[in-house]
Structures are given as structure tokens and as C-alpha cells.
Write a new protein. Sequence first.
Length: 350
Amino acid sequence: MSANKRGSGMFSYFNVGLFGGQTNFNNTPAVQRERYIHAMLERNIAELAVNRFKWDGLPDSVDPRFLEVALLTNGLVVWYWDDAFNKLLAVKASSTGYVNFQDQPTAFTVVGPGLKTNGIESAGKGFNAGKYLAAYIPSVHAEAADRQRKAIPMWPNYFRQSELDIIQIYASRLATIERTLEINSKNARRTKILKTTADTQLSVVNANRQIDEGIEAVQVTGAMRDGDFVEALDLGINPDSYDKLSILRTRWWNECMGLLGIDNANQDKKERLVAAEVGANDTQTDSMRFVNLNARKIALEQINDVFGDKLDNEITVEFNVEVEAQAQQVAAMSGVNQEGANNADVHAGA
């Protein structure tokens, strides 16, 4: 894939990890293969991340998909009442100016297509209009008429940081170990390679090709008929490494899911999990889950308080427990070992 063909949409946010430092000298089929695996894992984990929360009561002017994607990639969504559209909008923005003594931005700049500035719509004109919004601060803006003209920020967590680093780091780890398993699986067809001279190189290449194709009888011609011309080098393939790498891959996947607040049990134990082990895992998962959920709920409390009289329903958000079943399906399709399926009844009992 050339440097000028790097995809679009969500894929563009992962270009640094996938294409950083790419040159004509490292753009080989082996490198491309690992990049494809990396891209697949990043996309799958990102899909799980943006489906973690279930929104209820959103007006038709707020898209839950855009909301979660913007929180993941931009790290900030600003809610405000747009007089031009007469609707509550949730859009991407960046903090502008200084912050107050509570580390709250006092203003935001909204940039995006289709915005109206001074009554002029920018859509279709080849540029994006910037919109300057003052921030809503509960301790300052007490009057209803004043605070409804302000913007309310929604952050993904208390530290106001995107979780793309979690996705990129673990996708890179999993892609490396996945590629290692692929290479070892292919090398298991022949645990030795042939060392030969330039005179017998073509014969050796043909013999290796026949082995790869699964041909039962390998034709040995030319100088290869004399065994003295060929020396076998042991690759040192250890069959036990497959199980160990699979277990490590499962642990890394579970770590990633845990950091995203998605339930995961220790699947690499062959025996049944005890209730205490499951409970300890659930406690850690719930802690990470509330890291992201609480930040959204705090913003919703202000949104419902400020704009409640203009909305038909109260807006609520909860963790989407269905995403945990999706995570297990993605893990199975991605090759993550799901050993110990009988742990489910113990987990349910706990």
C-alpha cells in the first residue's frame, strides 16, 4: 500500500501506528501482512469501544454513533443549543482560551461542515466555519436564560484523554503475536531448511515449493540427488510454544478488554474458576467501566438540567452489557483462545 493510499474515515485515525516510518525498503509482503492484521485488530477493538454505552432519550439531532466515535477519536464533545437549527447539538470541538481555578475551559471552538456563523452556512463552499462558544460553568451561570446560551463539554474520562493509545498498543501486541503464530504454523510443515550452493538453488526452491503445496512425492533432480550437496539447518520449532503463545495472546486480549471496561474472565485456566476469582475480575472491570461512564453521566446531569425544558425526554446513558457478548465473538473470530467454556455457569452464579 502506497503512502498516498491510507484509507479514510475511522481508518485515518490509526495511520500513525500502521504507516509510521514506512519507506520503500520495508514495504514487503511480510510487513504488509502484519499491517493488515494490525488494522483488523484496531478496527475490531475500536468497534467494541464505541459500542460500550447505551444511550436513551437522545433527540433526533444527536447521533449516538457520532457521539461515541467523537469521544474516542477527539476526546471531547460539546453540547449546545443551536438557534439557527433550533435543536440541541453535540459536536466535536476544542477548548479555547484559559481555564478557571477548577481546570474547566471557559470557551470552545467548534469546527465542522454545515455550521452557520453569522447566518452564513458553510456547507458545500469548500471550507469549515469556526464557531466560538462560551462554556457553561454551574458556579457562575445561575440564571436559566444565561446558561442556555452556553456550551456543556462531555469528556471520555476524568483525565480527558482519548483511549486510542490502549487500542493501538494492544492491537500492535496482538498483531505481533498473531503473525508469530502464523509463521510458526507454516514452519511446522518442515522443521528444517535446506542449505545449498548457487548451482542447486533452483532445485531446492522447487523442492520447497512442492512441500508447501502438499505434494506427497517431491521430485529430486540434478545435483540434489547427491545428498552431499545439501545440508539441513534445524529451525528449532518447539510445539509447546504454540500453546504458550496462545495463552499469552488470550491474556493480552483480556487485559485490553478490562482496560475498556468490558467483562473478561481468565480463560486460560483449564479448571473451573472459583467465585472469588470471578468476583475479583468483575471488580476490576467495573472500576474501569465507571471511569468512562461517570464522566458521561456528569455531563448529562448538566445537560438535562440546563436544556431539560426544551427536550421531550431525559437523556440517560448506561453501560451496554451486550457488548461483552460481542467481544467474545470478536475474540473467537480473531483467533483468541477461549479455553474453559464451562466457566460461564460459575460466572453466572457469582
